[in-house]
Ligand binder design. Structure first.
Ligand SMILES: [Fe+2]
Length: 253
């Protein structure tokens, strides 16, 4: 069985008005350029879209986003971020190759998409019900290796956005510690790179397809000059993985 090739894209912040900018960048144009770059490279088996897909949760924004995601040469599995509305995602984004769903199995890997959204709040929280569902999903998966995708980082990571992170990260860790097959977690939210390991689980934060923030906590919400980005992951049959963040260095952004 061949390795599974996954692309993660996150924090598009698409807005309803054509030409709308965030931090000086046209977020629709930067996502379009990222998707063109992904489509020009080796085709992934799976694309994970990890929240803040739009900026204003409006049907019109999802309507502008949908045709862009349809251009990706692979199934796209999306979860909401704090700027999203899950009901609007299901109604105006899902369809064709785009799915709003909790799990997908492919080869030796099982990917769990975890919704951390608290409606109307910037921080994330899982609560007992979603943690129980996660525990059940991890136990039920028959594949030998598990990857979890979520919007909020699964722990304070020394970021300016720690105050609006996942509020019950310790409860999440307690669930993860019951399962020995979780190999990695990927998220967005912070608009900067993170790479660490906890109890054998690789923890990967991925920059945005639009603007990035300085990772130093004392910097607050300070934009960097870094270009739009996405992440590639190669998930091997033996549970090991390789990953890189790709930067859109050749685009006029
Ligand atoms: Fe974001």
């Amino acid at each position: 069985m061949a390795a599974l090739h996954v692309v993660q894209i996150t924090d598009f912040h698409i807005r309803a008005e054509p030409g709308a900018r965030s931090g000086g960048r046209d977020t629709h144009a930067t996502l379009a350029a990222v998707i063109d770059a992904i489509a020009a490279g080796p085709a992934p088996d799976l694309v994970l879209a990890t929240g803040d897909l739009v900026d204003d949760a409006s049907p019109a924004s999802y309507g502008r986003l949908a045709p862009l995601l349809r251009r990706l040469p692979a199934p796209v599995h999306a979860i909401p971020g704090n700027h999203d509305d899950p009901a609007a995602m299901a109604q105006h984004l899902a369809g064709g190759n785009v799915h709003v769903g909790p799990c997908v199995a492919a080869g030796a890997w099982h990917v769990v998409l975890l919704d951390t959204l608290v409606p109307g709040e910037p921080h994330g929280h899982l609560g007992p019900e979603r943690l129980a569902a996660l525990n059940a999903a991890l136990a039920a998966a028959t594949e030998p290796h598990l990857l979890i995708a979520l919007h909020h980082p699964p722990a304070p990571i020394g970021s300016p956005l720690d105050d609006v992170g996942l509020m019950d990260a310790e409860a999440l860790n307690a669930v993860l510690d019951r399962h020995q097959r979780v190999r990695a977690m990927v998220w967005g939210h912070n608009h900067h790179i993170h790479d660490s390991t906890r109890n054998g689980v690789r923890r990967l934060g991925t920059p945005s397809t639009c603007i990035q923030f300085d990772a130093r906590p004392e910097m607050g919400f300070t934009r960097t000059a870094e270009p739009p980005a996405w992440r590639r992951l190669t998930l091997h049959e033996d549970g090991s993985l390789e990953t890189e963040v790709c930067w859109l260095t050749d685009a006029a952004v």
